[in-house]
Every structure is written in structure tokens, then in C-alpha cells.
Design a protein around this ligand. Structure first.
Ligand SMILES: [Zn+2]
Ligand SMILES: [Zn+2]
Length: 324
């Protein structure tokens, strides 16, 4: 029996993708388009699973209650756009094409394409262990990407869109500036190519990691306990990262899935609990504007931060992190 994903992907391909590819003269993408449709369907399933787990959590123990939840709708739009449309496209289609070209080019030049198994031969044939190793490496790369996005004023201007949400919910994970998102995807793909993640595993890894990231944004009083919070990032831990800082307080908790890097590089703070979120330094449109208004506000803030006066390293950090 054919599984529901294959059926849905087949339907999507027949009715939407093939006619479009035919119109554009891109019939060589026929096979890849089916795979994209597959991962778009996985994206839908992932949003439904996230909803089924996070929504009851938010109802059960909400940190905050808002009479008007209009600002949350924009985050829902971000999620749909990212998880169902763009993410499958870039994580599968683009990653797949890049890996084929890169491996082909390297083989032509007499080089062996890089893989983690070549570096650590004990991983050969150990698919589950390799998958876990890929996840840990990607999470480590994500920690540094995120930390650097707080370090540089121009990058913070873009990333502050993620922090501007005062009504943070599990939908807020995808609330990112498009440029910030592109940097994130390129960063992830370069690491993925460098360690030779198999093309089918890459989108699965991204799906899994993004589910955990959504959970960490939930508006819920949920922690995994003293030990659990040190093993996996909980809503309590990540909320502290989104907290409005008191005078003299430093930004903390940059990790995405594992709190280990924060503990290792001394940026972890387990004491802050269920703080108020938002970025008082951002213009109001960044909080409550439409998708386009938020994106434009992010660009305006970036331009402002890039002016020479704002770009000095030390004040930049203060300016960048003062409001986070
Ligand atoms: Zn951040
Ligand atoms: Zn976040």
C-alpha cells in the first residue's frame, strides 16, 4: 500500500508542479519536484505534530495570557512560508543539487568528497549514530551562528526581528528576517556539505531540529528539571534568551537544541525563569507590523546600524544586546 505522503506528494506534483515546470521549460526537474513535494508534505505533517504537542502545553501552563493575539498571526504566516514552502525547497532541492555538483566536481579533479565517516571510520554503517553526530555538529554550528548574530550590529538588526515578538509562542521560531534566514540556510548547507550529510538525511535532520526549536519557544511554564534542562533546551531555557534585559545584564542561552555549548562557552544562565520577552530597542512595526512591514523595518534598522558611528565594536555590542 502506498503511504499517505507519497499519495499527497503525487497529487501535488500532478496538479501543481508539473504544469508549472512544463510552462517554464524545466522538465528536467520532474523527479526533484516530486521529492520537494514529499518534503513539503513532511513539512505539513511537522506543523501538525508541533501543533498537537505545543498547543495543549500552552493551554495547560501558559506563561502569559493575552486578550488580543493578533501579533501571533504573523508568526503563523512565517511558519507556513518557511516550513512548507521554502524549507523543503532549499533543504532538499538546493542541497541535493549542490551536493551532486560538488561531488562531481571533486571526483573530476581526483578528490574524494568529504564525509564524516571518512574522518571517523567507526561510523561506517552506523546510520543512527551518524545521524546523531550530524545533529550535534549542526547544533554546534547553529550556536555559533546565533551567537555571532548578536555580536555584529548589522546582523543583530536583522536578528532582532526574531526577538521583537512580545507574544512569544511556539510559532515564533520561524519569525526571522529573510536575509537572516538566507545566512542561516547557507551556513547550515556549507556545514552539511563539509561533513557529507546524505541528501535525504539533511531535510529530515532539519525537520527534527526545527520541531525542537519550535517547542523551545512555547508560551508554557515547562522545564525538563535540573538535569533535563542541562541535556536538552526547554521552553524555560530559551525564553531566558528572549527576555528583556535588566541594566547590566548580558544576553545568554544562545543554543538551539543542546544547552551544552552555552555551558561550555559560559553563556548559560539557568536562573532566569519565565521572563518578559521582546526588544524595547526595536521600532513598533517590528513587533506588530505585517510580514512586509517587519521585513522593511529590519532593513531600516540594519542600515542605521551600518552607519560608521553605530558600527564601532564596543558600543555596537552594547547597542546590539542592550535591548535583547
Ligand atoms: Zn537571539
Ligand atoms: Zn528564539
Amino acid at each position: 500500500m502506498t503511504d499517505p505522503f507519497t499519495l499527497a506528494a503525487g497529487w501535488l506534483q500532478e496538479t501543481l508542479l508539473l504544469p508549472a515546470l512544463y510552462q517554464l521549460g524545466l522538465m528536467q526537474w520532474e523527479e526533484i519536484s516530486f521529492n520537494w513535494a514529499m518534503f513539503a508534505c513532511y513539512g505539513v505533517a511537522q506543523v501538525l505534530v508541533t501543533l498537537a504537542i505545543c498547543m495543549p502545553l500552552e493551554r495547560w501552563r501558559p506563561v502569559e495570557n493575552w486578550p488580543d493575539q493578533k501579533a501571533v498571526w504573523v508568526d503563523i504566516f512565517y511558519t507556513m512560508l518557511s516550513r512548507i514552502g521554502v524549507l523543503p525547497l532549499v533543504t532538499f532541492v538546493l542541497f541535493y543539487s549542490l551536493q551532486v555538483s560538488l561531488n562531481g566536481w571533486m571526483t573530476d579533479h581526483g578528490w574524494v568528497p568529504p564525509t564524516l565517516e571518512r574522518l571517523f571510520p567507526f561510523l561506517l554503517g552506523q546510520h543512527v549514530l551518524s545521524f546523531i553526530c550530524y545533529a550535534i555538529i549542526l547544533d554546534f554550528a547553529e550556536y555559533w551562528r546565533h551567537r555571532l548574530s548578536h555580536r555584529f550590529a548589522w546582523w543583530w538588526a536583522l536578528h532582532s526581528l526574531h526577538h521583537a515578538q512580545r507574544q512569544m509562542t511556539f510559532w515564533s521560531d520561524d519569525r526571522n528576517h529573510l536575509l537572516d534566514e538566507i545566512i542561516g540556510v547557507v551556513w547550515f548547507m556549507v556545514i552539511g556539505l563539509a561533513i557529507g550529510i546524505p541528501p535525504l538525511q539533511f531535510p529530515l535532520l532539519v525537520l527534527m531540529l526545527r520541531f525542537l526549536e519550535s517547542l523551545s519557544h512555547a508560551n508554557a511554564r515547562v522545564s525538563f528539571g535540573w538535569l533535563g534542562d542541562r541535556l536538552l533546551i526547554s521552553p524555560r531555557f530559551h525564553r531566558s534568551h528572549h527576555g528583556v534585559l535588566a541594566a547590566g545584564q548580558q544576553s545568554a542561552n544562545y543554543g538551539a537544541i543542546l544547552p551544552w555549548w552555552d555551558m561550555l562557552f559560559r553563556t548559560a544562565d539557568f536562573d532566569r525563569a519565565y521572563v518578559r520577552t521582546g526588544d524595547p530597542g526595536a521600532e513598533e512595526l517590528m513587533h506588530t507590523g505585517t510580514y512586509v512591514q517587519q521585513q522593511m523595518a529590519g532593513l531600516r534598522r540594519m542600515r542605521k546600524m551600518m552607519k560608521p558611528r553605530a558600527a564601532k565594536p564596543v558600543p555596537a555590542r552594547a547597542a546590539a544586546e542592550g535591548a535583547d
